[in-house]
Design a protein around this ligand. Structure first.
Ligand code: ASP
Ligand code: MG
Length: 406
């Protein structure tokens, strides 16, 4: 008899029927003898609706109040699920993030977990109950309600699985696992039975939308095995765990795509020490995340620096760049919001040369121009035009035969 953590996302709890189906599955799991701790997201699009309401009411959004508002969604889910469980004779108790002992820093709307004190969950388990925890939220060291950032229920689930020593953290969602490409783009995409933490980090960071990146980082650091699976079919999904050294690694596991970023170019900056530090230091001070960075070789002592940021951060980034451009001695700043990115991820790339060349050849044959390139030991990313991304994904998925059974 072990302990498992179940996390249910918004679509899994989208309406009353879905909540009853989830309660049935929890009751089923209990009958196998396992203890279950449940983490819930807000029903359907509740979080979006709440934030829209905030916009309708005011253009000023104190972060503390935004958090107070957004945490409501998960509280609706947890109470309704406990009622459905009671209906099935399963004793369940709901807990807010604060009651569950999720202690965070004070950075409202994107707080980081600093401690987990699950005493009340342990007490409920000892009484034979199923604790149902509101995901995405905690209480700060200043005793205010905080949220962990969009998609943060995944982090709650992984943090509780780590703190409670769960044998697995099962992430229930509306897809059957992690795929070799987005099945909406590539119908022949294959579900990956097993993915290493490192591959999953690259997949999540390069556009795979199944898991929140921070939850994968947390799982890797705390060695929490994840199982991403469907709450609609309940079939086995994708396991995310430590790489098994004995296993033959797939050279390429997945093609990912991302059209959520924009490119900024700072032109004609002097090629001398300190320029990049000053530019990216100022951007970091404004809490803007920079993704890919490319600096060209200098021509007559001047160079261009291009980088990508989330499209929603573009306006703020342009403002910062225009502000620091004179001090840097830059000639100008420009932006491009028509970019997209296609990436290949695979743990076997480390030991197999030639993947890069084949990727470039495949894009060339499709007549797709590469604008930026970046690599890690297990990922290659190319920035291309956004409107060519789907075609690029399909070409690469075919060229690397990712749909074929292996
Ligand atoms: N309900 C929150 C959101 O939409 C948290 C979550 O779903 O994980 O972002
Ligand atoms: Mg979600």
């Amino acid at each position: 008899m072990g302990l498992v953590v179940h996390k249910y996302g918004g679509t899994s709890l989208g309406d009353a029927d879905r909540i009853r189906a989830v309660a049935d599955h929890i009751a089923r799991t209990r009958r196998t003898g396992d203890d279950v701790v449940v983490v819930v997201s807000a029903m359907g699009k509740t979080t979006d609706d709440l934030l829209r309401l905030a916009n309708d009411v005011s253009s000023v959004h104190p972060p503390r109040e935004l958090d107070m508002l957004a945490t409501v969604g998960e509280r609706i889910s947890m109470a309704l699920l406990c009622m459905a469980l009671a209906d099935r004779g399963v004793q369940a108790t709901s807990f807010t993030g604060s009651q569950a002992g999720i202690i965070t820093d004070t950075d409202h709307t994107r707080a980081k977990i600093v401690d987990v004190r699950p005493d009340r969950l342990l007490a409920a388990l000892a009484l034979g109950q199923v604790p149902v925890v509101a995901g995405f939220q905690g209480v700060s060291t200043d005793r205010d309600v905080t949220t962990l950032g969009r998609g943060g229920s995944d982090v709650t689930a992984v943090a509780l699985a780590a703190a409670l020593g769960a044998s697995v953290c099962e992430i229930y969602t509306d897809v059957t696992g992690v795929f070799s490409a987005d099945p909406r783009v590539v119908p022949s995409a294959r579900r990956l039975p097993k993915v290493s933490f490192d591959e999953m980090l690259e997949i999540a960071a390069s556009g795979g939308r199944v898991l929140m990146l921070r939850s994968v980082e947390y799982a890797k650091t705390h060695s929490v095995r994840l199982h991403v699976r469907s709450s609609f079919t309940w079939e086995p999904g994708t396991w995310i765990a430590e790489e098994e050294p004995a296993m033959e690694q797939a050279i390429v596991s997945a093609v990912t795509d991302d059209t959520s970023e924009a490119k900024v170019t700072v032109q004609g900056v002097p090629d001398r020490p300190g320029i990049a530090a000053q530019l990216f230091g100022t951007i970091a001070e404004r809490s803007i995340n920079v993704d890919m960075i490319v600096q060209n070789t200098s021509d007559a002592g001047l160079t261009d620096i291009s980088f990508t940021v989330a499209r929603e951060d573009l306006a703020a980034t342009m403002a910062v760049c225009r502000e620091v451009a004179p001090a840097l001695g830059a000639a100008g700043v420009s932006s491009d919001d028509g970019i997209g990115r296609v990436s290949l991820v695979g743990a076997g790339m480390k030991s197999h040369p030639g993947v890069t060349a084949r990727m470039f050849r495949t894009l060339a044959e499709a007549g797709i121009n590469i604008e930026m390139i970046s690599t890690s030991s297990i990922r290659i990313s190319c920035v291309i035009r956004a409107d060519r991304v789907e075609e690029a994904v399909r070409s690469l998925h075919g060229a690397f035969e990712l749909g074929a059974a292996s």
